[in-house]
Design a protein around this ligand. Structure first.
Ligand code: SAH
Length: 212
């Protein structure tokens, strides 16, 4: 279903500057309409964010593609995602042959998406909890992707990154953020590239925003 719409979306993202063929291939394969509420299905292949309930959103396909491309991934890489949400971003990573670890703080979203992954045969390791402190047990990661806006760069995430690995995180206030693409050069040495202008829901947790 929606095959033509998916290919049109791939064309649009490629026109907008997404080059990584593995990212574009995954966008062409993952059925985004299965990750949005039923009433939104006919909007699933538009390049827009959509509400998924509980005040949260599924990110815009361009944003998913841009952040994934920024991670510069190779198959078998280990990636930690903070903010599982609908599961779409994690599904894209899984399709690219990545070992995915994903954390979601809201239990209702966590359990609905866990069920969806099982139903679709998407093998993603999930956990319900505060992702701002990372997932130490499986660290270090080749890449870490934060899909909610943070007031700062959580130090735990920098620690859990492999040397040479990349952390992609929106940092700013609650309405708008700059995407930081951070490369770990050495244990305490980081290269940071800024890309304006993004708008994510807030990252809430010990090393993110405090209140609900
Ligand atoms: N990657 C998702 C985008 C979800 S929106 C997708 O593809 O659909 C961001 C998600 O981050 C929300 O579900 C929100 O509940 C979650 N979130 C916010 N703060 C968090 C935290 N500290 N740890 C884990 N998840 C968090």
């Amino acid at each position: 279903m929606y095959e033509r719409e998916r290919l049109e979306l791939v064309d649009k993202l490629s026109e907008k500057g997404i080059n990584d063929i593995f990212v574009l291939k995954a966008i062409g394969e993952v059925e985004r309409h299965l990750f949005v509420p039923k009433a939104m299905k006919h909007h699933a292949y538009k390049d827009i964010a959509l509400p998924i309930g509980y005040g949260q959103t599924i990110s815009q396909p361009y944003t998913v593609a841009f952040m994934t491309e920024a991670l510069m991934l190779k198959p078998k890489f280990k990636v930690l995602e903070i903010g599982t949400g609908s599961g779409y971003q994690a599904a894209i990573l899984f399709k690219m042959g990545i070992q995915v670890y994903s954390i979601e703080r809201q239990f209702e979203i966590y359990s609905a998406t866990r069920k969806l992954f099982d139903h679709l045969g998407i093998h993603v390791n999930t956990k319900c909890g505060d992702g701002t402190i990372g997932w130490d047990e499986f660290a270090p990661y080749n890449g870490i992707i934060v899909t909610a806006g943070s007031p700062n760069i959580p130090s735990s995430l920098k620690k859990q990154l492999l040397i040479g690995g990349k952390l992609v995180i929106p940092v700013g206030d609650k309405n708008s953020q700059i995407l930081k693409i951070i490369t770990k050069l050495d244990e305490d040495e980081f290269d940071i590239m800024d890309v304006p202008q993004f708008s994510f829901v807030p990252l809430i947790g010990r090393e993110g925003w405090n209140q609900k």
